[in-house]
Each structure stands twice: as structure tokens, then as C-alpha cells.
Design a protein around this ligand. Structure first.
Ligand code: HEC
Ligand code: HEC
Ligand code: HEC
Ligand code: HEC
Length: 382
């Protein structure tokens, strides 16, 4: 993006214009729903067209601190870094997949992970960096969660504290059914990270693109990506502030749950991708990632044995020797186990609250908050 593009984006986001209304802890009113949210209709088998994009969805109006924090992240910058400049590794990987410079900003596989795409004027194009909706789910459409998630009453604006328990339950269920991934949906939230942080395209990996990030759900959400401002917009809490308030959970318990669920989802996703791989030249990479996640889980199991984790380590046992070499029934074998791991991961997220997992703290304490090089260069240098 050229500098004038950047300024334009800031203006679109309203960041150079003094802020309008926002949420505060004492008064959380559901004010003025976002106009036109219902126009974003869903397509068969894709949610692309329900993505409103940060500007249209007006997330900033009510979530100014979250947006400001997001704009410092490499997620926000990724199209600038990898899609607008057709050079270096970008060019190398694109060429290997037969993609042109224009493709990268339209309907390319690259934009799936390095940006947010939406259908505008009948065309699929890049509308922003990796956005709120990339992780929290597409928000638009008639049944979309955008205008439902913040309304505490069906017809009048009332403060958060006055919402009835029945209304809250119905509202949160409606959001979940509309595909919103909230702080309470630990399994789904961590799954959204791995859909990008594990790479499932063999050609791309063969061209030299990384197959996996050295990803950990605890440390990678607690550095530059942390944006827990909901209850107090000037304090970035260690755990989602609304979730802590709603459940009485603590930041320690949250970290433990994230550690276990994140590792289970990492293993599940790696195995799913491994199932589809056939190129002997790239299989060892995914095999390695899968084996590492499995090893981490075995260690977790040693510190804090739980039936769900033990089931998974038992399932993985016989697979460890074959992960690195293609076998005739890989797809069937690994997909079946991945499905079973998903089941256990969801059960674990439901059955535990982290309070009995203190034995994991030694492992977790070795995971410092993660920041990208870009972030360190720009924001952490004195
Ligand atoms: C009109 C104001 C408004 C707009 C616009 C808005 N939000 Fe919210 N959002 C809220 C309020 C109020 C809450 C707190 C809801 C509650 O108390 O359960 C909230 C809560 C959330 C939560 C936490 C939910 C949970 O249960 O953990 C997420 C995530 C979120 N919003 C994302 C977004 C995103 C992404 C956008 C833009 C696509 C957006 N919001 C737009 C007002 C808004
Ligand atoms: C499945 C998601 C995914 C896809 C598809 C993908 N990338 Fe990436 N890419 C990533 C992630 C994640 C990183 C950062 C890895 C890290 O640092 O942990 C990355 C890093 C990069 C980098 C910087 C590191 C390097 O190797 O130089 C470049 C350049 C890049 N991608 C270009 C592309 C291009 C061009 C395409 C399409 C041809 C593409 N990517 C497709 C997820 C993806
Ligand atoms: C839509 C794809 C996508 C999703 C979803 C996604 N990421 Fe990323 N993330 C990327 C890409 C691509 C990069 C690399 C950006 C670049 O260098 O161009 C990245 C970079 C990062 C970095 C910086 C890494 C470094 O050292 O440079 C962190 C931290 C991170 N992501 C955390 C997360 C977490 C935590 C989640 C889930 C809650 C998540 N990401 C979800 C695509 C995604
Ligand atoms: C990389 C994925 C990712 C992106 C991008 C992202 N979020 Fe989140 N969001 C999360 C995760 C994960 C959590 C839970 C964090 C935790 O457990 O510490 C969260 C939590 C939240 C919460 C609850 C915080 C609280 O204090 O209760 C809100 C509100 C929210 N996000 C809004 C947004 C908005 C608005 C944007 C866009 C500006 C955004 N998020 C972008 C992954 C993401």
C-alpha cells in the first residue's frame, strides 16, 4: 500500500477524525445498530460475502481500543508486506502457483491468509488486513451477529447491567449460531488461528513457504495480539475482561485452558493437513509439526493427566512412526483420528475451567508473550 493509501484507510476507519461514541464500563448501551448490516447476504458454502470489513462494520465506533491495538499488529500490515509489493519471496511463491500481481489482491490463496477478502460489486477482492472477522467470524447478513451481539434489549437501548439473564442467554446463543467466535468459544477461536498458521498447500510449501509457525496459542495471543479492553477500554487485561466478569474465571485459569485446548487444536489441524499430503518432499515438515504437537501433549499429560488428553495420546501412539512417510490410506487414517481429537478438544473445553491445572504453570511460564519483528522494531524500541 502506498502512503496515500494508508492515509485513506485511516480516514475510512475514522482514526484521524476524533472518536465518536464508545463503550465504557459504567454505561454500556446498545446504541444505533450498524446500518446496512443485513445487506451482506450469505453465499452457499462460503461466508465471504458476510464479511463486512472493519470500515463498513463500524467495529471501531464501539471498540476503539481493540481497533487501535489491531492496527499495530502484523495482521493489519500483512497485505502491505506481502501482497502489494510483487517482489522477493512473494513473487517467488506466486510464480510457483501461477499467480499474477493482480491475482494477489483479488481471489488468491495468498489473500486467504494474508488479508480479508469480500465480494464487492460482484468481484472478490482484498478489503483489509487480517481483520476482526478473520478471527471472530463474518458478522454481516440478515442473520449475522453484528447487530445482535450488542443489543441488550429487543427494542430499547438499556445498560448492560440491566439485561435480563434470559435475554443474555438468547443473545449469546444467537451469536454462536450465527458463527460468532467469542471469548467463550475457546475451541473455535484457536481453530481460527491454525487455519492460517498451518499451511495446507503442498505446492506453496514446495516453493519454500513455511508450513507452520512456531505457534503457541498462549504466547501468540498475549503479545502484540492481546486486546482485552471490553470492560475497561484503557486497560489491556491479561484475559478477556468480559469473560472474566461473566464467568468469574481468572487469567491463570484462562492461560491453562488456552494451553491445553490450543495444543489439541494444533495437533488436530496438523493431522488434518497431513492426511491430504502426498508429496514425499514436504510430508516430513508436516510430520514434524504433528509430532511436535503430539510431544507437547504427552508432556501436558505427564504434568496434568486428564481423561480427554490421555485418550488423544493413546490415539496418537501408533501413528507416530508413520507420520513422516506417505502411506496408502493416509487420508482415511489421519482424518479419522483428527475427528476424534476434535471431539476430545471440545469435551476438554467444556469439562474443565483450568482451576485444577496448576501443574501446567511450569510449562506455561516458559512461554513469554510473542511479538513480531516488525512490532519490536516499531513499538518496543526505546
Ligand atoms: C454498536 C456497538 C458495537 C459495534 C458496532 C460492534 N460491537 Fe462488538 N460489542 C459491543 C458490546 C456492547 C459488546 C459487549 C456485549 C456483552 O455485554 O455481552 C461487544 C462485544 C464484542 C465481543 C466479545 C463478545 C464475547 O461474548 O466475548 C467481540 C468479540 C466483539 N464485540 C467483536 C466485534 C466486532 C469484530 C465488531 C465489528 C465487526 C463489533 N464487535 C462491532 C458493541 C459493538
Ligand atoms: C495457509 C495460510 C497461508 C497461505 C495460503 C499463504 N501464506 Fe504466506 N504466510 C503465512 C503465515 C502464517 C506466515 C508467517 C509465518 C510465521 O512467521 O510464522 C506467512 C509468511 C509469508 C511470507 C514471509 C516469510 C517468507 O517466507 O519470506 C511471505 C513473503 C508470504 N507468506 C507470501 C505468501 C504468498 C505470496 C502466498 C501465496 C502464493 C502465501 N504467502 C500464501 C500464511 C499463509
Ligand atoms: C486469516 C489468517 C490468519 C489468522 C486467522 C490468524 N493469523 Fe496470525 N498471522 C497470519 C499471517 C499471514 C501472519 C504473518 C504476517 C506477515 O508477516 O505478513 C501472522 C502473524 C502472526 C503473529 C506474528 C508472528 C511473527 O513472529 O511475525 C502472531 C503473534 C499471530 N499471527 C498470532 C495469531 C493468533 C494468536 C491467531 C488466532 C487467535 C492468529 N494469528 C490468527 C495469518 C493469520
Ligand atoms: C488474530 C485473531 C483476532 C483478531 C484479528 C481479532 N481478535 Fe478479538 N479476540 C481474539 C481472541 C483469541 C480473543 C480472546 C483473547 C484471550 O483469551 O486473551 C479475543 C477477544 C476479543 C474481545 C473480548 C475482550 C474482552 O476484554 O472481553 C473483543 C471485544 C474483541 N476480541 C474484539 C475484536 C475486534 C473489534 C477486532 C478487530 C479490531 C478483533 N477483536 C480482532 C482474536 C482476534
Amino acid at each position: 500500500m502506498k502512503p496515500n493509501h494508508y492515509l485513506l484507510l485511516l480516514i475510512i476507519l475514522g482514526l484521524v477524525i476524533p472518536g465518536v461514541s464508545s463503550i465504557s464500563s459504567e454505561k454500556m448501551y446498545a446504541t444505533e445498530p450498524v446500518a446496512g448490516a443485513e445487506k451482506f447476504t450469505s453465499l452457499e458454502n462460503t461466508t465471504t460475502n458476510k464479511i463486512m470489513g472493519i470500515a463498513a462494520a463500524d467495529c471501531k465506533k464501539c471498540h476503539p481500543s481493540e481497533v487501535a491495538s489491531w492496527m499495530k499488529t502484523v495482521h493489519f500490515q500483512s497485505p502491505d508486506l506481502r501482497l502489494y509489493k510483487f517482489e522477493g519471496n512473494t513473487k517467488k511463491y506466486a510464480n510457483a502457483l501461477g499467480l499474477t500481481s493482480a491475482d494477489l489482491l483479488a481471489d488468491s490463496i495468498c489473500a486467504d491468509c494474508h488479508a480479508t477478502k469480500a465480494i464487492r460489486d460482484g468481484k472478490t477482492k482484498v478489503i483489509s488486513g487480517i481483520s476482526c472477522e478473520s478471527c471472530h467470524g463474518a458478522s454481516g447478513g440478515k442473520e449475522g451477529w453484528l447487530n445482535r451481539h450488542q443489543s441488550y434489549h429487543n427494542s430499547m437501548p438499556i445498560p448492560r447491567a440491566e439485561e435480563t439473564p434470559e435475554h443474555r442467554t438468547a443473545r449469546l446463543n444467537a451469536c454462536d449460531n450465527a458463527g460468532m467466535r467469542r471469548s467463550s468459544n475457546l475451541y473455535d477461536l484457536s481453530k481460527s488461528c491454525f487455519k492460517c498458521h498451518l499451511v495446507g498447500n503442498e505446492k506453496l510449501i514446495a516453493a519454500g513457504h513455511k508450513s507452520a509457525s512456531a505457534f503457541d496459542f498462549v504466547s501468540w495471543t498475549s503479545g502484540e495480539m492481546k486486546h482485552n479492553f471490553l470492560v475497561n477500554k484503557s486497560k489491556n487485561a491479561d484475559a478477556p475482561s468480559l469473560w472474566m466478569e461473566r464467568t468469574g474465571g481468572t487469567a491463570e485459569n484462562r492461560r491453562r485452558m488456552k494451553f491445553v485446548v490450543g495444543t489439541l487444536v494444533q495437533l488436530e489441524t496438523a493431522l488434518r493437513l497431513r492426511a491430504k499430503f502426498t508429496n514425499p518432499a514436504v510430508i516430513p515438515q508436516l510430520g514434524g509439526v504433528t509430532a511436535a504437537a503430539s510431544g507437547k501433549l504427552a508432556q501436558i499429560s505427564a504434568f496434568a493427566p486428564a481423561p480427554e488428553i490421555q485418550k488423544v495420546t493413546t490415539l496418537m501412539g501408533p501413528l507416530l512412526a508413520t507420520l513422516f512417510i506417505p502411506q496408502p490410506n493416509d487420508n482415511e487414517t489421519y482424518t479419522k483420528v483428527a475427528d476424534q481429537i476434535a471431539e476430545q478438544a471440545k469435551l476438554f473445553a467444556e469439562n474443565h475451567d483450568g482451576s485444577k491445572l496448576a501443574a501446567l504453570d511450569t510449562m506455561i511460564n516458559q512461554l513469554p508473550p510473542h511479538f513480531s519483528q516488525q512490532y519490536k522494531d516499531k513499538y518496543l524500541k526505546n
